[in-house]
Structure formats: C-alpha cells, structure tokens
Design a protein around this ligand. Structure first.
Ligand code: CDP
Length: 235
C-alpha cells in the first residue's frame, strides 16, 4: 500500500518547476529546467561541421548529446567522467531530440548538446530532455515541437507522477519507473523506458498521467521562451 506520498503531493502532481532559457552566454542556445530537487542545464552549439567526419550524413544533420552529472549533484560525490549510465542517457536524449529537431534542414552538419545535472533527485534524464529541447528552441533550430518529459510509475498499488529518489527507492513497495517524453502538440511519444514490471493496463494509466504532466511542462517551456523573446525586444 502506498496511500500517501512521502512529500504529500497528490499522485498526479508534479514537483515545483522552474524554466529559463539563455542561461549560458557562450552557447548558441541554452536552458535550465528544475523540477523539485532535480536540475538540468543544457547548452546547444551549432549547426556546425561534423567531427569526427565519419558521422556525417549527406541527407541530414545529426545530434550529438552528452549527459553528465556534476560531482556534487548527489550526496555521495560522483566520480568525474562518463560511465555506462551517462552514455545510455545521452543516447536516449539524442534519439528523442532527433524526432523533434528538423535535422533534414541541416545536411552534413552537427548539433552538439551538453547537459549537466547540477542537482539530482530522480528524473534527471527527463529534466535533461526538457532542458535540451528548450535550448534547441533558444538556438533558433527549426523544430516540429518542443519535447516535454517526465517520469511516471507505480508504487504499491498507486500510479504516480514525477517520482523522487526516495520514492524510487521504496523497494519493498516495488516502485516501477517509466520515463516518458512527448511532442505534446503532435501527441507523439519520443521517449518511453521502463525500470521494473508493469501490466499493459497500468502502463496506459502511466502514459495518461504522463501526458497531462507533460502538457504542464510544455506550458512552462513555452512561457520561458516567450519571456526570452520579450526581453530581447525590450533591450
Ligand atoms: O535520473 P533518472 O531517474 O533519469 O535515472 P536513474 O538512473 O534511474 O537514476 C535515478 C536517480 O538515482 C538519479 O536521479 C539520482 O538521484 C540517483 N543517482 C545517484 O544518486 N547516483 C548516481 N551515480 C546515479 C543516480
């Protein structure tokens, strides 16, 4: 039984969010997205020449994304450097964003994205994808839609949205984690992963609360981009 969440949120409630673009002056586009105690900062460079050259595609551009947790992002200091988990998360962010950015408009080019997790309390791949998507829009890249990403899951008998690390670790309750990414206005899913076991029926419920949560994140993303645009027009 998981009848009340550890942080007293409703089962379908997101943590407090902050979204901001243009946070890295030296990048072509950048964004910060914070949800609860998880924060991601993304910086986009390009379109630029492809390096290494053998990754070049004649018909389209490519995205190369690097995800990294900075050593002080969790209470046990993380060993600096890229591990298997970082590589896996970099890959899923790259795949999801490649569905959003119109890469066919940049043949023989590369868009490089760096995402840093400054604070981690679960859901870092989702926060990274949301931040990277805002950063691509901030860089002025043509996109089919923004990506809005959040994790859902099941703890005990309850379907929950936006799990914290403490919730993920409620092993005796059998927490299941499902990171999701949506192109909200297209109603497309660009990220879907599963850590744990789930029935088809519960997965549908998780996707449904995930989409509602993603729509709220989408609003935050659009508001952050609008604020940036209005500020630029003022100065
Ligand atoms: O972060 P996300 O939920 O996308 O991925 P995860 O691999 O399921 O990691 C869950 C959480 O574990 C992270 O968000 C961090 O809070 C924590 N973690 C950690 O404390 N130390 C690590 N080396 C990796 C993850």
């Amino acid at each position: 039984m998981y009848s009340e969440r550890l942080d007293k949120r409703a089962f379908d409630e997101l943590r407090h969010m902050e979204a901001e673009v243009g946070v890295v002056p030296n990048a072509d586009g950048s964004a910060r997205f914070k949800i609860g105690n998880t924060e991601a900062i993304a910086a986009v460079y390009g379109p630029q020449e492809v390096k290494p050259k053998h990754f070049e595609r004649a018909d389209r551009g490519i995205i190369i994304c690097k995800y990294d947790m900075i050593p002080f992002s969790v209470s046990d200091r993380i060993k600096p450097g890229i591990d298997r988990r970082d590589m896996e998360i970099s890959g899923v962010i790259t795949n999801a964003l490649s569905r959003a950015v119109m890469l066919e408009e940049f043949p023989k080019s590369m868009i490089a994205i760096n995402v840093y997790i400054t604070q981690a309390d679960a859901g870092t791949r989702c926060a990274s994808l949301t931040a990277a998507s805002m950063a691509c829009a901030d860089a002025g890249l043509p996109m089919r839609d923004l990506v809005a990403s959040v994790a859902g899951g099941k703890i005990g008998d309850s379907i929950v949205l936006d799990l914290t690390k403490d919730e993920e670790d409620l092993h005796e309750e059998g927490a299941t984690d499902v990171p999701m990414g949506f192109l909200p206005s297209k109603n497309e899913v660009v990220l879907l992963q599963l850590d744990g076991k789930i029935s088809q029926e519960d997965l549908k419920k998780i996707l449904a609360i995930g989409k509602v949560g993603a729509d709220k994140i989408y609003q935050m993303e659009k508001e952050a981009l609008k604020r940036r645009f209005l500020d630029e027009n003022k100065s």
